[in-house]
Design a protein around this ligand. Structure first.
Ligand SMILES: CC(=O)N[C@H]1[C@@H](OP(=O)(O)OP(=O)(O)OC[C@H]2O[C@@H](n3ccc(=O)[nH]c3=O)[C@H](O)[C@@H]2O)O[C@H](CO)[C@@H](O)[C@@H]1O
Ligand SMILES: C=C(OP(=O)(O)O)C(=O)O
Length: 456
């Protein structure tokens, strides 16, 4: 097991990379096997949930990604003792000695993640106060936290905005509330869950997000002693309890990483077995993958994805909340769509500015035009607000080498696979961001036969 201090030192930094630039020699198919472990979008929240327990928790399948290290660093500042077995991915969290932390230390560790905002409920329950630093996460739009703050006020928290973060108090404790979210936000739904489980009385949440990662967080909270029911039509009801205990839980797999490797197989005309992936959480992705011309085969221990030969077909996609097409799936798939015979459309309805990554693809020879209009039948909050949130991709276009810079996590993965599909030598810089959500992606690319050099 690694020691606590190893990880404290690494908290807030991107892991696993000696350098931030990779030179790719494209044109080879990616073939082979990669394993995906726990979902970034569940594991980091489960770690926060451990704060609510009176006894230690064990989380399994935790990936070595920088977002996990950021959350680990923050938990350790609050006195949670954490040990990790890197090989198995087991993470032991002991919250017996949670204490107040210095604002300066918290700020120094906030790093690149959006998770600090989810510490509010657990810290208010345990300590009666919380300080939350400015958030990281991908810059793919404004990403306000107004729903979170409103939710916390509904529970009775006193919220004060400071120049470098937010301070909260709940001197009289937190009380269950009736809440309707303006949009089924994943983070705000988690905020309600993590706060309501220990609040006094009942909470009813309407217009909740119901992503698989949220369902798995509910599984964890139930193991801890919470009482939560999920009704039809996005209604979640929580009965607050006086105490929660630690949990033992094997995390849901990372369906976003799995979908990325699936797209990598399609883009490079390869064949990739994604160990650990399972069908139900990827149903919507699999339908689109098949319509675009990709082949897949579901196994007990993973899913095989490959390019079956012949032309790829254009598709029309509208990203949406679950069970719709996940917004984190579109970027790598767009690279494949540059190779489809005809015109594809992607209407991004979750984030207003998530097509920044397409500039680099156009530089490499793709033909992607962005539009402010909603190119789709679905209601979208961005149509009247002047955002380039619809993409028209005309293909097939040959991709050629270029020097490109990673703008964000999923855009970054799409750049890697575009460089691997392009003729010639491409230099991709700022690749460290990719470690936020893709465990050991450099070793995995090596395993799959990619030809590249990491700069020392
Ligand atoms: C760590 C994590 O789990 N990240 C995921 C999570 O992000 P995250 O939880 O940040 O995403 P949300 O579901 O909250 O955001 C969805 C939309 O709601 C808006 N919004 C959200 C909160 C708020 O207070 N006010 C507001 O306006 C956002 O700007 C965005 O337009 O869900 C997203 C949507 O599935 C995924 O892309 C991210 O990978
Ligand atoms: C947008 C993402 O993550 P985050 O919310 O952590 O920035 C993502 O995983 O693609």
């Amino acid at each position: 097991m690694s020691t606590t201090s190893d990880f404290a030192l690494r908290a807030g930094q991107y892991v696993g990379l000696a350098a931030d630039r990779i030179t790719f020699r494209g044109g080879q198919p990616l073939n082979g096997h990669v394993e995906v472990r726990g979902a970034k979008n569940l594991v980091t929240k489960a770690m926060v949930a451990a704060l609510l327990g009176e006894s230690p928790s064990l989380l399994r399948q935790v990936p070595d990604i920088s977002d996990v290290n950021v959350v680990r660093g923050l938990l350790e500042i609050h006195g949670v003792k954490i040990e990790r077995d890197n090989e198995s991915g087991d993470l032991h969290l002991d919250p017996s000695n949670v204490e107040r932390a210095h604002m300066a230390e918290i700020n120094a560790h906030a790093g690149s993640s959006r998770i600090p905002i989810l510490f509010c409920g657990p810290l208010l329950h345990r300590l009666g106060e919380a300080f939350i630093p400015d958030l990281g996460g991908c810059r793919i739009g404004d990403r306000p936290i107004d729903f979170h703050l409103e939710v916390l006020r509904n529970f009775g928290a006193d919220v004060q905005k400071l120049p470098d973060g937010i301070r909260m108090h709940a001197p009289r404790g937190l009380v269950g509330a009736k809440i309707t979210l303006p949009y089924p936000s994943v983070g705000a739904t988690e905020q309600v869950l993590l706060t309501a489980v220990r609040a006094n009385g009942r909470t009813e949440l309407r217009n909740a997000a119901i992503e698989p990662e949220i369902m798995d967080l509910i599984n964890i909270l139930q193991k801890m002693g919470a009482i939560i029911s999920v009704d039809a039509d996005r209604v979640i009801r929580i009965e607050g309890v006086d105490r929660l205990v630690g949990f033992r839980h094997r995390s849901l797999f990372d369906r976003n990483e799995a979908a990325s490797w699936a797209s990598a197989a399609l883009v490079t005309k390869g064949d990739i077995f994604v160990g650990g992936a399972s069908q139900p959480e990827m149903l919507t992705f699999l339908n689109v993958f098949r319509k675009a011309g990709g082949a897949f085969d579901i196994h007990d221990d993973g899913i095989r994805f490959w390019h079956p030969g012949g032309e790829l077909s254009p598709v029309v996609i509208e990203t949406d909340v679950h069970p719709g097409f996940m917004t984190d799936w579109q970027q790598p798939l767009v690279v494949a769509l540059t190779q489809a015979e005809g015109v594809s459309i992607v209407h991004e309805t979750v984030y207003e500015q998530r097509f920044g990554f397409t500039d680099a693809l156009n530089q490499m020879g793709a033909n992607i035009q962005l539009h402010r209009e909603c190119l789709g039948g679905q209601y979208c909050r961005f149509g009247q607000r002047n955002f380039l949130h619809s993409a028209v991709i005309s293909g097939p276009t040959k991709l050629h080498a270029a020097d490109i810079e990673v703008p964000d996590l999923r855009g970054g993965f799409s750049h890697l696979i575009a460089a691997l599909a392009a003729d010639g030598e491409s230099v991709v810089s700022n690749v460290g961001i990719i470690s936020r959500g893709y465990e050991n992606f450099i070793s995995k690319l090596q395993q799959l036969g990619a030809d590249f050099t990491v700069e020392d």
